[in-house]
Ligand binder design. Structure first.
Ligand SMILES: [Fe+2]
Ligand SMILES: [Fe+2]
Length: 269
């Protein structure tokens, strides 16, 4: 079984490049399952229902979120209606939505878990503590556990990967929007990458027009962030192959595509 995961989809450019190219990537990798981080899919901030429906119209099994999950307030009203959209599990339980989504694929029970880091991020319950309390029940109920750990620091993400090594099939980091070059199988078999990267405008600062961020860095003045609309655009993620009898990952490959213009075929970076 081949599982694709893609890093944070940023704004309209991210939605567009994914809409245009996802199907060909699925065909190329003979993918069975697709997971996309959607926390920045609406103008860089959160996920409107309209944009969620656009993503759900694509062959996507699950949308994970992150610290931007509540930025579009309407999600408070619609999240409970769409269990395939998961928000970090370590937000207060009283909030809408769930931190885990379970589904079946040809008899294999899959669980996708989303958690947020604590280091240099909003203070939430410890992702390690929250997962530890539920881990046995989660593993009892699934064959393949996939974790999107949305965190800032490489250390916190590496620690999560090693802690869940041999328990989760995949631990993939998101949030930094820059793909890391450390995709590998950990010693006990978990497929791991510190950050999947970003799906959106390639020549930008994490999706935002680079001139705005450079000006902000030079002047320290507050600035209104605008998503870069120009090409090139990129798709970042991983493909993980999982053995269907042992449920153990057998390979992980980074996906890092760049598209110079609409309709262009990809170049590998
Ligand atoms: Fe993000
Ligand atoms: Fe984030």
């Amino acid at each position: 079984m081949n599982i694709l995961m893609f890093g944070d989809v940023v704004g309209r450019p991210g939605r567009a490049v994914l809409s245009e190219h996802l199907r060909e990537i699925i065909t190329e990798y003979e993918a069975d399952i697709v997971i996309v981080n959607g926390e920045n899919a609406s103008g860089g901030n959160g996920l409107t229902l309209k944009n969620a429906k656009q993503l759900m119209a694509l062959p996507i099994n699950c949308i994970t979120m992150g610290n931007h999950v509540w930025k579009q307030k309407e999600i408070l009203d619609y999240l409970d209606d769409y269990p395939m959209i998961v928000r970090p599990i370590n937000y207060p339980d009283a909030l809408p939505g769930k931190g885990i989504y379970q589904f079946e694929h040809e008899g294999t029970k899959i669980a996708v878990l989303n958690a947020s880091g604590q280091v240099f991020m909003e203070e939430l319950d410890s992702p390690f503590g929250v997962i530890e309390r539920r881990l046995e029940a989660i593993l009892d109920g699934c064959d393949v556990l996939i974790v999107d750990f949305h965190a800032e620091t490489t250390s916190e993400k590496l620690a999560m990967g090693h802690w869940l090594d041999g328990k989760a099939a995949i631990v993939a980091g998101t949030h930094t929007h820059v793909q890391t070059a450390d995709a590998r199988l950990l010693p006990k078999g978990t497929a791991y990458i510190t950050d999947l990267g970003m799906t959106g405008p390639a020549e930008s600062v994490l999706g935002v027009q680079k001139e705005i961020i450079v000006h902000k860095m030079l002047t320290k003045l507050p600035a209104r962030f605008e998503i870069e609309k120009a090409y090139p655009r990129q798709i970042n993620g991983i493909c993980v192959s999982v053995d269907e009898s042992t449920y153990r990952p057998t390979a992980i490959e980074r996906i890092c595509r760049i598209y110079q213009s609409p309709g262009a075929s990809s170049m590998k970076r």
